[in-house]
Design a protein around this ligand. Structure first.
Ligand SMILES: [Zn+2]
Ligand SMILES: [Zn+2]
Ligand SMILES: [Zn+2]
Length: 400
């Protein structure tokens, strides 16, 4: 029997900000633009590739001296103490019982019922929004250490319709208006602060999170975000120390689903957000760029060879790509996607079935740990793990 022409549905690609074409208008709106030019890149070292740079913070920030609590649901400031906390985790803080109740069920808030039993970081307990380096304004800083894969925060994604009258709540609009750039219209705030947006599964064009959108950019960032239903998860990509700034990538780095084009990325980073990569930025390392190129080539070849029915060749490439994911501690969303590609290839022949089962179990474990039991990805891999024959490619090659 010939192989299926297409692989089964793929896991969501990593969320990433949309590329904004009208850079000039945004540049004019961006008041906090950095003006310093980076020093020239360091010379390219010859010889074998160096190991990936450890995510060691350059600066550790002490906790802020003054703490202003804000309600986790309506963002209203309650002064130097919260008025009420979740009675179960005792970490999520509210201005009122009403907000606590409204945040519990799925709806306009987090849907805390789902996330309360899972370990999730909360403001002022595990992280805070505070001034960081000169010229960067506010940023997100860890108050407690996070292990790789830990949920730093889980926050409701706001669409434009959530803040615009008549449906929008005024206190939510006010919180969004506090985002950078100062004084800009709310549409501009959305364009510059939105998380995700060019995912084909996300036709609304992404949205903003009042707290998560404060995270600054860094190439090779220590955290990344992903969407589960209507909430954004911020996950630690690598271990994060207390006092370390938590950053995300406005342009995903070392992402196998993107062809590396650092010139374009730097142009957009600077034009849209005023971000200038420093001379020692990870994106200037030739060895990392070579690995990224290799990851992109492998990812593309896996898809092509799979379509041609060369699933054994494609599976070998999956294993090579997984080794690169290990080496660079890729975001789970990217890692899981390759695991699923591996399942899709290995499941076509009886010989590789044990590998398919192993990778499905690994994808399930990773999705469960990162996204919790209720996410569509976790459920999908749970089904696959318990019944590998449910995969559409099951024994389509040599399964007699
Ligand atoms: Zn409230
Ligand atoms: Zn709770
Ligand atoms: Zn960079």
């Amino acid at each position: 029997m010939p192989p299926k022409q297409k692989k089964g549905p793929k896991p969501n690609r990593p969320q990433r900000p949309a590329v904004e074409e009208d850079l000039d208008a945004l540049l004019a709106a961006f008041t906090a633009k950095a003006s310093t030019k980076p020093p020239p890149p360091p010379p390219v070292a010859a010889g074998p590739p160096a190991p990936p740079a450890p995510a060691v913070p350059a600066t550790l920030f002490p906790p802020s001296a003054t703490v202003v609590w804000t309600c986790a649901f309506c963002y209203t400031a309650t002064g130097d103490r919260p008025r009420t906390a979740c009675g179960s985790c005792h970490k999520r803080m509210y201005c009122s019982e009403r907000c606590r109740a409204a945040d519990w069920e799925p709806g306009p808030g987090q849907g805390h019922r789902t996330w309360c039993p899972l370990a999730c970081g909360e403001e002022h307990v595990d992280w805070e929004v505070r001034p960081v380096a000169e010229g960067k304004g506010l940023g997100l800083v860890a108050k407690t250490p996070f292990a790789r894969g830990a949920r730093i925060m889980v926050e409701r994604l706001l669409r434009l319709s959530d803040v615009r009258p008549p449906a929008g709540r005024p206190e939510v609009l006010q919180a969004v208006q506090a985002l950078m750039p100062a004084g800009a219209p709310v549409e501009t705030k959305f364009q510059l602060n939105k998380l995700g947006g060019d995912d084909p599964d996300d036709p609304d064009g992404g949205g903003v999170c009042v707290r998560m959108s404060r995270a600054n950019h860094q190439c090779g960032a220590n955290a990344y975000h992903t969407l589960v239903h209507d909430v954004k998860l911020l996950l630690a990509r690598v271990p994060i120390a207390a006092g370390e700034e938590i950053c995300i990538e406005y342009r995903p780095f070392l992402d196998p689903s993107r062809r590396p084009d650092l010139e374009q990325d730097r142009r957009i980073l600077e034009g849209k957000w005023g971000v200038v990569c420093p001379g020692d930025c990870q994106c200037r390392r030739a060895d990392l760029l070579a690995d990224w190129q290799r990851m992109w080539e492998l990812d593309t070849a896996i898809m092509e060879q799979g379509r041609m029915g060369r699933t054994g060749d494609a599976f070998a490439k999956v294993k090579a790509l997984l080794r690169l994911h290990d080496r660079h501690q890729s975001a789970h969303v990217s890692y899981i996607r390759t695991l699923y590609d591996g399942v899709s290839m290995a499941v076509t022949t009886r010989k590789l079935l044990p590998e398919a089962k192993r990778l499905a179990a690994e994808a399930y474990g990773m999705a469960l740990a990162a996204y919790g039991p209720d996410s569509p990805d976790t459920r999908k891999y749970e089904r696959l793990r318990s019944n590998i024959a449910s995969h559409p490619n099951y024994l389509t090659l040599g399964g007699s």
